[in-house]
Write a protein that binds this ligand. Structure first.
Ligand SMILES: *Cc1c(COP(=O)(O)O)cnc(C)c1O
Length: 426
C-alpha cells in the first residue's frame, strides 16, 4: 500500500497542527501508524490522497449512517448554500427539524440546536442543574460525553468520592461536582445516590456505551436508572449522540423502552455537518434563556446549511424504517465472522453488537464495563487493524471505538469483510 502522500502531509501538519490532527484519535497513535489523509468519500468507501480506496466502517465516527455524500443530502446542502450560509436569526428549517426530532423521540418536547455533541451535553447538564437547584452529577466510568471540563474526569481514589481531572488544564475544583459510577453496576449508582441524598442534579449515561468499544446495557440497567432518578428527583440524561437515529429512528430510548428526561443528540442529527441538539421535557427545557434563568447561546446554532443536512438525512431514515433491520442483520453477520475468526485462529475475541454498532474486543470477555473492556490486548487489535487496512478495509484505529455499519454497505461488501475477518491468511 502506497502512503507517500499521506506521510508527507502528516509531516507538514505536525509543524502547524498539534499532533498533526484536529482530534486525537485520528492520529493512529493507538495502532502505531501514521494517519491516512482522506481525499474524498462516496457511499461505503473512502479514498486517501495516495489513491487507496477503502471500505469504511468508521463513517466519520457515527454521522455516516447513509454512507458518504448521499446524493439527496448533498443536493439539499448545495441548494441551501445559495440562500446564505448563516443569518443569526430564526428559520423555518429549525422549526422543521425540531418537529422531526420530537416526532422521532416524543420525550423531547422542546429542543435546542447547538454545534457539537460536547456543547449539547454541557448544556443539558447546566439545564438539569438549573432545574433541580443541585450541583452534583453522576457519570459512568468509560462513558464519553465530549470534552467539557466537568466531564473529563476519572474516578477519585476512593469509592463515593468526587472525581479528579483526567486532563491537564482542568482545575480540580471543576470536577468536584462530578461523581463516577460503574456502568452496568446498579449498586455503584445506589451507593452514590444514598451518600449524596437530594444533591444529585443529573445522571448522564450513554444508553449503549460506544466510547470504550461498544458495551450494551444489561437487562434492566436503564430501567433501574429511570427508577432511581425518579425516586431522588434527579434528571436522567441519555447521551444519544451516537445512538440517536442509529439504534432505530427513535434511538436507544425507543429501542429499550426507557424514557429519559433530557436527551442529547449529535453525529447523525447533523447529517455530516457540525450540528447537535439537546432537549426533553418542556418543564425542564423552559429553564433555558430567554424563557428561563439558564443561559445558553450560539452564533451558529441551528445553522441553515447544517439544519438542511440534518433534515435531509432524517427524511431518508424516516422514509425507510426497513434500513434499521437491514443494518442490524449486517451487524450480526460481522459479529458472527469475528466469532468464527476466534474459533479458527484460537484468538481470544469477545464481540458486543447492538444493531449497526459493534466492537470486537481482543479478550476472552465477557466485556460489560470499563474494566473488562480495558482488559483487551491492544497489540492484537493493532495487528487486526493493519490486516484490515492492507486488505482495503478501514476500521477504527483504536480498540475502544465502535465499528459502524451504514445503509450504504451492500450485502456483497459485508460478505467480503466477513470472509476477510474469518479467513485464515493475513
Ligand atoms: C461523539 C460523542 C460526544 C461528543 O460529540 P462531539 O460532536 O465530538 O463534541 C458526546 N457524547 C457521545 C456519546 C459521543 O459519542
Amino acid at each position: 500500500m502506497k502512503t507517500k502522500n499521506s506521510e508527507r502531509l502528516f509531516e507538514e501538519s505536525l509543524k502547524r497542527i498539534p499532533g498533526g490532527v484536529n482530534s486525537p484519535v485520528r492520529a493512529f497513535g493507538a495502532v502505531g501508524r501514521t494517519p491516512l489523509f482522506i481525499d474524498h468519500a462516496k457511499g461505503s468507501h473512502i479514498t486517501d490522497v495516495d489513491g487507496n480506496r477503502f471500505l469504511d466502517y468508521v463513517g466519520s465516527w457515527g454521522p455516516g449512517i447513509l454512507g458518504h455524500a448521499h446524493p439527496a443530502v448533498v443536493e439539499a446542502v448545495q441548494r441551501a448554500c445559495v440562500d446564505g450560509l448563516t443569518y443569526g436569526a430564526p428559520t423555518k428549517k429549525e422549526l422543521q427539524l425540531a418537529e422531526m426530532i420530537h416526532e422521532a423521540m416524543p420525550t423531547i418536547e422542546k429542543v435546542r440546536l447547538v454545534s457539537s455533541g460536547t456543547e449539547a451535553v454541557m448544556s443539558a447538564i447546566r439545564v438539569a442543574r438549573g432545574y433541580t437547584g443541585r450541583d452534583l452529577i453522576i457519570k459512568f466510568k468509560g462513558n464519553y460525553h465530549g470534552h467539557s471540563d466537568g466531564l473529563l474526569v476519572k474516578a477519585g481514589s476512593a469509592a463515593l468520592t468526587t472525581a479528579v481531572p483526567d486532563s491537564k488544564g482542568v482545575p480540580a475544583s471543576y470536577t468536584q461536582n462530578t461523581l463516577v459510577a460503574l456502568y452496568n453496576n446498579p449498586d455503584s449508582v445506589k451507593g452514590l445516590m444514598e451518600a449524596y441524598p437530594g444533591q444529585v442534579a443529573a445522571i448522564v449515561v450513554e444508553p449503549v456505551a460506544a466510547n470504550m468499544g461498544v458495551v450494551p446495557p444489561e437487562e434492566g440497567f436503564l430501567a433501574f436508572l429511570r427508577e432511581i432518578t425518579r425516586a431522588y428527583g434527579t434528571v436522567l440524561i441519555f447521551d444519544e449522540v451516537i445512538t440517536g437515529f442509529r439504534l432505530g429512528y427513535g434511538g436507544a430510548q425507543q429501542y429499550y423502552g426507557v424514557e429519559p428526561d433530557l436527551t442529547t443528540l449529535g453525529k447523525i442529527v447533523g447529517g455530516g455537518m457540525p450540528m447537535a441538539a439537546y432537549g426533553g421535557r418542556a418543564k425542564i427545557m423552559d429553564q433555558v434563556s430567554p424563557v428561563g434563568p439558564v443561559y445558553q447561546a450560539g452564533t451558529l446554532s441551528g445553522n441553515p446549511v447544517a439544519t438542511t443536512a440534518g433534515i435531509a438525512t432524517l427524511e431518508i431514515l424516516r422514509a425507510h424504517p426497513e434500513y434499521y433491520g437491514e443494518m442490524e442483520r449486517k451487524g450480526k453477520q460481522l459479529a458472527e465472522a469475528f466469532r468464527e475468526r476466534s474459533r479458527k485462529r484460537g484468538e481470544a475475541i469477545w464481540v458486543n453488537q447492538v444493531g449497526s454498532l459493534l466492537s470486537a474486543f481482543f479478550t476472552a470477555g465477557p466485556v460489560r464495563d470499563y474494566g473488562s473492556a480495558t482488559s483487551s490486548d491492544t497489540g492484537a487489535y493493532a495487528r487486526y487493524f493493519g490486516q484490515m487496512l492492507e486488505n482495503g478495509v478501514y476500521v477504527a484505529p483504536s480498540q475502544f471505538e465502535a465499528m459502524f455499519v451504514s445503509v450504504a454497505h451492500t450485502d456483497e461488501e459485508i460478505q467480503k469483510t466477513c470472509r476477510l475477518l474469518a479467513g485464515d491468511g493475513d
